[in-house]
Design a protein around this ligand. Structure first.
Ligand SMILES: *Cc1c(COP(=O)(O)O)cnc(C)c1O
Length: 399
């Protein structure tokens, strides 16, 4: 009998009971809009902002409609002008180039290295030649580049760093939390990220003026003082009349759900890592599987795992995916010519127009497989999955 795996890769854990109760209370009150409060009430959205800012150790947090929306207004609030170039690593998800496009920027892609991090040599070269004032660094699939080196490059070239922490909520570099390295950071609370409100985003910064602009962009109806971590009223004096409303607030229902998850985040990150390490150890046993090196300075959150199979011929890739899928193991491949599900590759963002080819990124992605690690899996499940992958690979090698 062939080993098979039967748990779904897309099943999340339920929302903590405390969050369900809080959400019901919000619905009973009828006050779902974040600025709809009575007397001295502080809205759930404002409380979430305070609690998340405290958790991250920053001055300001803004709860938004989505992570992609937070990236969009982060660029606007950081001063991006129409047509300006924005650097970003080429291995990321569609919301990142989409946010740059939405903010009126021009996407300038940077190569990645074999560990799925931005290629620092190419980054420096692009900083020298592109004239870009902005670098939107996407910590794609939770891989943190050498953040000390990234920050040093940004300082040397006068570049504003915007961190996309959609996959690094809870991660850190040398003990410093991801999201505290740049001028502004954005997190996603979309269902497949580290806290789940279906859709949602959090923008964080220590810069009061940037925060004031972000609050105005998100749509404050001049009720900005009700934000959980609003800068002093005088910071808004000019900003409030100069900053367009791009409505994209988070509502109290989603904030209530998230507030109940925040106290569990650290424990959940450990649970992800137990599963990641089990998968990593089992996959390491398989001949022909190459795993990324995770530097000692990186504290990651293993909510997904990537590996490469340099020995697999191009013609064997589809059979590999299909045979794994037939046995219940859902792998994504980033090398496909057509994007499938979440496997966007930069050349599938055709609206960018002609972009220079990135041979290194393409070569790495052509061999890269990606697998979600939901918390509904156990460490033993990861071993079972790795065994199936190993058996399928061995079978293809014998063909
Ligand atoms: C999920 C994600 C985002 C933001 O996505 P939203 O769905 O807009 O919240 C941004 N970057 C990456 C890498 C992501 O995976």
């Amino acid at each position: 009998m062939q080993k098979t795996f039967s748990k779904p890769f897309t099943q999340q854990e339920s929302i903590p009971e405390a969050g369900i109760e809080r959400a019901i209370a919000v619905m009973r009150s009828g006050r779902l809009h974040r600025y709809n409060v009575v007397a001295d009430e502080v809205a759930e959205a404002a409380l979430l902002e305070q609690e998340y800012a405290d958790w991250l150790g920053v001055q300001h947090c803004l709860a938004c409609a989505s992570g992609g929306y937070a990236l969009h207004i982060a660029l606007k609030a950081a001063g991006l002008q129409h047509g300006e170039p924005v650097l970003t690593n080429a291995f990321t998800l569609a919301p990142v180039p989409g946010a740059i496009h939405n903010a009126g920027g021009t996407v300038v892609l940077v190569e990645i290295d074999a560990n799925y991090c931005v290629d620092l040599a190419h980054l420096e070269q692009m900083m020298q030649t592109s004239g870009s004032r902005f670098f939107m660094l996407s910590h794609m699939r939770g891989h943190l580049a050498d953040m000390a080196a990234v920050v040093a490059l940004c300082e040397r070239y006068g570049v504003i760093l915007i961190e996309d922490c959609a996959h690094t909520m809870g991660a850190s570099w040398n003990g410093k939390k991801s999201g505290t390295f740049g001028q502004v950071a954005c997190f996603s609370t979309q269902t497949y990220k580290h806290m789940n409100s279906g859709e949602g985003g959090l923008l964080t910064t220590d810069d009061p003026e940037l925060m004031a602009r972000a609050i105005m962009h998100s749509g404050s109806y001049m009720l900005y003082e009700r934000n959980g971590t609003a800068p002093a009223a005088e910071v808004f004096a000019d900003i409030k009349l100069d900053t367009p409303n791009y409505s994209g607030r988070m509502d109290n229902l989603r904030a209530a759900i998230l507030r109940a998850q925040l106290p569990e985040l650290v424990v959940n990150c450990r649970r992800w890592n137990a599963r990641y390490v089990a998968a990593e150890q089992a996959l390491q046993q398989i001949a022909g599987v190459v795993l990324p090196i995770r530097p000692a300075a990186e504290t990651y959150v293993g909510s997904s795992i990537q590996f490469r199979t340099p020995e697999l011929a191009q013609a064997q890739i589809q059979p590999f995916i299909a045979q794994c899928a037939a046995r219940g193991v859902e792998l994504k491949w980033f090398g496909g010519a057509q994007p499938q599900g979440f496997t966007s590759r930069y050349d599938s963002w055709r609206y960018l127009g002609a972009v220079p080819e990135l041979p290194q990124t393409l070569a790495i992605l052509a061999q890269t497989f990606d697998m979600r690690i939901p918390l509904t899996f156990e460490a033993a499940d990861m071993v079972c999955i790795a065994e199936i992958i190993g058996e399928v690979l061995a079978g293809l090698r014998d063909d």
